[in-house]
Design a protein around this ligand. Structure first.
Ligand code: COA
Length: 260
């Protein structure tokens, strides 16, 4: 599959998706959002892909936001549709993907860029990264889940301040807030993400898919996360991965998970 705005590269089960509009600081226009959806869907179905890393091209930006030039003249209805469609086709889709998605935040992650990083399962940043939700400085609010995921990740008071002031925080502040898990020099960013991805890929991806579902259930309205955990825990007992994992342990050897 070839794309205009993203690059997809698979290496030993780790697939890196790179948003590739460096001249626009990788801003998310409609086509890029649609291509990302397509790529995530393909990789979810591709048996060779075990873990996905999402990053931005160039040394300056992960994603500097939704493409402002595309929505500057939108009406109330068009604005609501933009948020609804984006959340459905990309941001919620990524969050609920059964395969792990790591955001490698390699520079500015602003507005829709930070929202996309927050939809990923966790984040690693380079030390030049800057993050924020500056939407109120444009007279709008975050519309791709930012008002929900930022408080979930860093707490309500901090999210209120960050959104109200439209400020950016640097990578170390993001680490301090728990918004990112690690901060490293830019040249070490992808190597560290790949190292973590390889560690993940040694485990049962079927079990990991269940864990993602159960963890996400804690953040969904009207869903009891403990019930989802019980259900998913039970499902694991019917998988070949569970048979292999427990047998390997008892036989004192390394598990070789069939992924079923
Ligand atoms: N939408 C559309 N284009 C964007 C963009 C966005 N969110 N962010 C950056 N760009 C474009 C710029 O318009 C510029 O394009 P041009 O060269 O054709 O004029 C190019 O990317 C480079 O950006 P520039 O602003 O010149 O870089 P900078 O280093 O001076 O500033 C930022 C970097 C990130 C501080 C600045 O680009 C910015 O504030 N971007 C918008 C951030 C934002 O508000 N995002 C939330 C959107 S809801």
């Amino acid at each position: 599959m070839s794309y205009n705005n993203i690059l997809v590269e698979e290496n030993n089960g780790i697939t890196t998706i790179t948003i590739n509009r460096p001249n626009k600081l990788n801003a998310l226009n409609k086509e890029t959002i649609e291509e990302l959806r397509e790529a995530f869907k393909d990789e979810e179905e591709d048996e060779d892909t075990k873990v996905i890393i999402l990053t931005g091209s160039g040394e300056k930006a992960f994603v500097a936001g939704a493409d402002i030039s595309e929505f500057a003249n939108f009406s109330v209805t068009e604005g609501a549709n933009l948020a609804a469609k984006g959340q459905e086709i990309l941001f919620d889709f990524v969050e609920n993907l059964s395969k792990p998605v790591i955001a490698a935040v390699n520079g500015f992650a602003l507005g829709g860029g930070l929202e996309l990083a927050m939809a990923c399962h966790f984040r690693v940043a380079s030390d030049n990264a800057k993050m924020g939700l500056p939407e109120v400085s444009l007279g709008v609010i975050p519309g791709y889940g930012g008002t929900q995921r930022l408080p979930q990740l860093i707490g309500k008071g901090r999210a209120m301040e960050l959104i109200m002031t439209a400020s950016m925080i640097d990578a170390n502040q993001a680490l301090n807030y728990g918004l990112v898990n690690h901060v490293v020099p830019q040249e070490n960013l992808l190597p560290l993400c790949e190292k973590i991805a390889n560690k993940i890929a040694n485990n049962s991806l079927v079990a990991i898919g269940s864990a993602i579902k159960a963890i996400n259930a804690n953040f969904k309205d009207g869903v009891n996360g403990f019930d989802v955990e019980i259900q998913e825990f039970g499902n694991c007992f019917g998988t070949d991965d569970f048979t292999e994992g427990t047998t390997a342990f008892l036989q004192k050897r390394k598990a070789d998970f069939p992924g079923k």
